[in-house]
Design a protein around this ligand. Sequence first.
Ligand code: ATP
Ligand code: MG
Length: 398
Amino acid sequence: MTELRTLLIRYDEIGLKGRNRRFFENCLLNNIKRAFNGLDGVRFRLPRGRIMVDMPSPLADECAKRLAYVPGIASFSIGYPVNPDFEEMAALGIKLVEPGLRAGGELKFCVRTQRTDKTFHKTSPEINFEVGSRIMSVLSTKGLVVNIKQAEVVIEIEIGRGETVLFDHRIPGIRGLPVGCSGNVLSLLSGGIDSPVASYFMMRRGCRVHFIFFDNQPFLGRGGLDKVLKLSKILNRYQSRGRVYVVPFQDIQVAIRDHCTPENRVVLYRRLMYRIGLKVAQKIKCLALVTGESLGQVASQTLENLAAVSCVVPMSVFRPLIGMDKQEIIAQARKIGTYEISIEPAPDCCSVFMPSRPATKSRIDRLERDESKFPWQDLMQEAMDNMEVIDLDAEAGD
Ligand code: ATP
Ligand code: MG
C-alpha cells in the first residue's frame, strides 16, 4: 500500500453560512494544526467543505488519536491517495476488504463514490460499478456479496480536482463547534464529577474554558488542588491555552462559620465564589460563568438556592448539567476521561463546616443579613490578591 495517507476531516455545515463559515473553518484548522504540533511532514489542504491532511503513513494513527480531542469534527477517515484508475482503486479495495472475510461466511460490502470533480469522465454510480465489479471478480468466490443497504464494509472513493482518495471507514468525531469560535468562559471547577463534565460541554460549544478553584488547604490539605490540576489538564486536551485560577478560600469559610446562620453556609460560600468568579471573569475577558450544578442533586441546588446564588452576579451563569441525572453525568465523565480522577477520595471545600440540615429554600433577605455580619468585601479582595494562576499548556508535559 502507498506510503502516504490523507486524513479527510468532515464538519457539520448546519448553520454555517457566508462569512461565518470561513471563520469556523479557520478556527477548526488552527486547532487541528495546534493538535498536530510536533508531528513533522504533515501538509494541510482546504478543499470546499472539508479539511485534508497529507502525511507519511506512520503518523496516521497518532493523528487520529489527537483528532479524537478536537471539538468541531463530525467524523474523519484515514484515506489512501490513489490515481483515478479503476484497476488501482480495485486492487487497494481488495487489500482492505480481504482481511474481513471469514471462511464459509458472507461479508456484505459496497462501493460509494463522491465526485466533486464533475469533469471526471464517469459518474459516481458508474465508478461504483467499475470498482465494485473488479473487487467482486476476485473476492466473490470467498464470500463477498454486494449489499448497498446493509453493507458491513463500505469502500468510499472521493474524486476531487487533481486527487483521489479511497478509505474504508469513518471514525466519529466529538462534533460541536471548534474551541475559540464562541469566546471565553470561566468554569468553577471543583474536584467532583460534575464540574469537569460541565466544562467539557462548554468547550464543545466553541468556548475556551478557564478554570477557577476555591481552595481550602489549611483544612483539607493539598489533595483538592492536586485533583483539580489533574482534571484541568485532562480537560485542556480538548482545547489548549487554558489557565487555572486558584483562590484561597479558607478565611471566607471561617468567617461564614463564625458569623452566619449554619443552615445558610453552603449558599453563602457559593455566593462568594460567584462574586469572585465574576471579578476574575471580567478581568480575563470571560463572558460567562459555568458550574456543574444539576437541579435537585443536593440541597444547595434547588430552584430557590440556585436563584439566590445567581442573583449576586450580573453575568450569564451556565449550568449545562441542569437537566441531567447523575448516571448520565457519570457516563459522560467516563467518556471524557475525568471520572477516575473525580472519584479519588479528597474532601470538598463545601463539605467543611457542613451544617446537619442545610437550607433548601434560602431567603435572600436572610442571606443578606448574614453577609452584613462580616466584611466579605475585604476578605474577597484579600483572596483575589493572593490568587495563583497556573498556565496549563506550560504544565502539559507532567
Ligand atoms: P461537583 O461534582 O462538580 O463538585 P457537586 O455535585 O459536588 O459538583 P457542589 O459541591 O454542590 O456540587 O458544587 C456545585 C458546583 O459549584 C460545582 O459543580 C462547581 O461548579 C462549583 N464548586 C463547588 N465547590 C467548588 C470549589 N471548591 N471550587 C470551584 N468551584 C466549586
Ligand atoms: Mg462538589
